[in-house]
Design a binder for this molecule. Structure first.
Ligand code: SAM
Length: 206
């Protein structure tokens, strides 16, 4: 049965202190691609959803004006705050927020999310991307478990009992239906990729 938000939050809080110790090559490649494609300007506000221990938010802090990380796991958020404090990073803030209710107000330029949206059902993913679009960012960068081929639980990254990844086609439909033109698709693994959406008429090359 699908896990509740509270169950996901508790599971990640239990894992939080060790989360950064076991990073796969594919996860690290995905992080690099998300950071590269996010490409914020020095005055940009970035919102990182499902921020976890802050891998993406902290990496983007040097390039952006302000970075806001949101997650449902207080244990993961505590780790993120501690890392920001240790590194002396002051333009990042972390707090509770869910994909469909990120508890964010104000202008946002770039929204990122890495290895987190797959915890939602496809219908919930659609609602989440609609909420993100409503915030008005010019760019959405999603790194995640997603199927380029047939789903295979024996392959890494996909555990059906906790995860619910979509196909790349479903995600592409969700992006475009919410007003994001798909401008890049990066395949890291058969079950891991990065999608970049830009708001129609607001692409950097226009
Ligand atoms: C695998 S971790 C990824 C963390 C981080 N983005 C990274 O790249 O390392 C997934 C994160 O998604 C969060 N999460 C799961 N469901 C969520 C939801 N509905 N809304 C916000 N965050 C969620 C979890 O608490 C966890 O911190």
């Amino acid at each position: 049965m699908k896990k509740t938000l509270e169950e996901h939050a508790a599971r990640f809080s239990d894992l939080a202190t060790e989360y950064d110790d076991n990073s796969s090559e594919e996860y690290l490649a995905c992080c690099d691609l998300v950071v590269e494609h996010a490409a914020p300007g020095p005055d940009d506000v970035v919102l990182d959803l499902g921020t976890g221990t802050g891998a993406i938010a902290l990496a983007l802090s040097a390039r952006a004006g302000r970075v806001v990380g949101r997650d449902i796991s207080e244990g993961m958020l505590d780790q993120a705050r501690e890392k920001a404090r240790e590194r002396g990073i002051e333009n990042v803030e972390f707090g509770y927020g869910e994909f469909r209710d990120p508890r964010f107000e104000g202008d946002v330029d770039v929204v990122t999310s890495n290895f987190a949206l797959h915890h939602l059902s496809d219908e919930e993913k659609r609602e989440a991307v609609e909420v993100i679009a409503g915030l008005g960012p010019r760019r959405l960068v999603l790194g995640d478990v997603m199927f380029f081929d047939e789903a295979d639980p024996d392959d890494p990254f996909y555990s059906p009992e906790v995860d619910d990844p979509a196909t790349v086609g479903t995600l592409a439909d969700i992006f475009t239906d919410s007003g994001f033109a798909l401008t890049a698709v990066e395949r890291v693994h058969d079950q891991v990729g990065v999608l970049v959406g830009e708001r129609a008429g607001e692409r950097a090359d226009e």
